[in-house]
Structure formats: structure tokens, C-alpha cells
Write a new protein. Structure first.
Length: 135
């Protein structure tokens, strides 16, 4: 009898560990995790764009993080893929926002973002933008 009781209690404890949501729902309700809105931007520069001009674009894009508070995170890099599928795109800038509305209302229309676009224009051949909600 003692062994059966021990196994039953152990099973309940193990069940709580394997499915903590049922125990946590009654004692520690937490808000649902908010999904992050991602904004990926890829640049293909003109063939005659100088390395110095491209460096200026890189620096100007990175400076947006300090100028536009709604940017939660910004990372970037240049293409290093061995697959040769980049179609001439060399740079990726990856930004995170709280939601789509924040991107649209506080980033796209921000004067510093528009000034960046003016700096980018003369050296840009193509841009590819892809937004998604992180899963």
C-alpha cells in the first residue's frame, strides 16, 4: 500500500513537471509571450559604388538604432554564403520591432530613416525587404 501511494504521488509530481502549465495557471499566471516583428532589408549596390560610399551607408544604417527608439534590435552582415544564390545582394540589415504598427508609424516615416534613404539612393541598385512575425 505504501508503495502504491508513493507511486501515485510521484506520478502527480512528475506530471506537474512534464506539464507545468496546469500548476502554473493557478499560482503564477504570466502574460502570453508577445511575438516580435522582424524587418529584414537586403541591399545590392551599384557596380560603381565605392567601398567608402558603402561604408558610409553601413555606418548610417547602424546609427538609426540610436536615433529611432522603436528599433528594439539591429544586426547586420555581408553575404558569406557559399551557395551563390544572393543575386548580387551583399548586405543584410535585420531589425526587430514590437509590432507592425511601430515599424510603420515610428520607423518608416521617421525623419532620420528618410534621411538615410536619401544617402542610400545614389549608390543603391536594388533593395529587397521582407517583414515577418517571429514564430
Amino acid at each position: 500500500m505504501k508503495r502504491t501511494s508513493f507511486l501515485a504521488i510521484s506520478g502527480l509530481s512528475l506530471g506537474s513537471l512534464l506539464n507545468p502549465s496546469t500548476a502554473a495557471e493557478t499560482t503564477d499566471p504570466k502574460p502570453a509571450m508577445q511575438k516580435v516583428y522582424r524587418h529584414a532589408v537586403f541591399f545590392k549596390f551599384k557596380d560603381d559604388a565605392s567601398p567608402a560610399a558603402i561604408k558610409e551607408v553601413e555606418a548610417a544604417f547602424l546609427a538609426l538604432k540610436g536615433k529611432i527608439p522603436s528599433i528594439q534590435a539591429l544586426e547586420w552582415g555581408t553575404n558569406v554564403s557559399p551557395e551563390n544564390h544572393a543575386q548580387g545582394y551583399t548586405h543584410c540589415f535585420f531589425l526587430s520591432f514590437a509590432d507592425r504598427e511601430t515599424l510603420v508609424k515610428t520607423y518608416l516615416d521617421h525623419p532620420d530613416h528618410k534621411a538615410f534613404g536619401a544617402k542610400l539612393g545614389p549608390v543603391l541598385d536594388k533593395v529587397f525587404v521582407f517583414d515577418y512575425v517571429a514564430q
